[in-house]
Each structure stands twice: as C-alpha cells, then as structure tokens.
Design a binder for this molecule. Sequence first.
Ligand code: G3P
Length: 216
Amino acid sequence: MKFFIDTANLDEIREANNMGILDGVTTNPSLMAKENIFGKLEVNKHYKQICNIVNGPVSAEVLATDFKGMVAEGELLADLHDNIVVKVPMTGDGIKAIRYFSDRKIRTNCTLVFSAGQALLAAKAGASYVSPFLGRLDDISADGIGLIAQIRRIYSNYEFPTKILAASVRHPMHIVDCAEIGADVMTAPLKAIKQLLNHPLTDKGLEQFLKDAKQL
Ligand code: G3P
C-alpha cells in the first residue's frame, strides 16, 4: 500500500519524506487555508514547492464547480509540474471533467466519495484515484472501512485500473485496516503515520536491551 501524507505543511512533508516511507501528497482547500496560502499565485507556488520535495503524485484540487471552470483550472494545475494529479469533486460536472482529463492523459483524483455508486462512476469516467473519506463516514456512525472493502470488490470484479486512495484517515488502526482490505493508497496526517511506530513492548524491550548491554 502506498503512503501519502494529507497536508500542505512543508515541514511535515519533508519529515515524512525523510523517513523514507512517503509515496505522495494530498492537499485540499481546507489544508491550504490552514497554512495561510491564499491567492492563485501563492497557491501555485506552494504546489510547486511540494512537488519539489516529494517524488510522487501531489493532488491539487480545483475550486471551480462547473465543467468549463474545472477544465480550465485543472489544465493549469497539471502544467505546474509532472507530479500534479488534478483533484476533482464527485459531482455531475466533476465526472464530466474527469472523463475530459482522462482522455487527455491528465491524472485525476475524484474526491468527496462516500458511496460505492459514486466510486463506480468515478472509475467509469477514468479517474486515476478515487478518494473515499472513511473518517467522515465513521463520524456519522457509518462504516468507512466497509465502504473501502466494497469498492475493492467492485473494482476487482471488473479490473478497473482506478486506484483506491483511502482518505480522511484519522488513526493508525485505520491505516492497518486499509492495508488489510487492499486499499491501493492511504493518505493520513503525519501524526497518524508516526503513531504506527509505537508499541509499549518495543519501548520496554529496548530499555532492557540497553540495560543488559551495559554489562557487556
Ligand atoms: O483527504 C481528505 C481529508 O483531508 C479529509 O480528512 O479528517 O478532514 O475528514 P478529514
């Protein structure tokens, strides 16, 4: 399973990249706003900086909601850097835009996916990635991991090339569950990725080894 980091924070992206486990980055307008990146020029400059850190796909979201606007914005974003994947929301116009980009070999990430039917449409339109938001489903007492498993079965039935990018991942067990059911990619905050390191028996074992090593 590929590991993407879900942030627009350059320090966190560098830290994850330096761990040697990072395969890509996802951003969204909320994450950009959190870093105080405003205005087209600043936003584009920031995307380029991210692309220069990570050797992998970087999702950049269109802000337009109509087909023409999405196409115009997406083409500009795709021109910024080879790593850019155009992130498009799951709407009727979004699906049309994904088909347009797919026909022109521009990679897309269909975002805000909350049902298997939506994921099926995204794959039919030729999305490179589909992003089911598992944490937000869990937030409303729905089954986020169950949705990813369902999409996995559907895509496998028909050998759709669209990659399942599990998003809205909140904690380390989400990451492990995604790997177990065969998500192609998961994107998570740095904190959740680093939490995978932790086990009290590792700490205890290391403490004992270091204590015993003093006798050598
Ligand atoms: O990748 C989508 C993600 O940013 C949404 O996460 O935690 O806001 O639901 P969250």
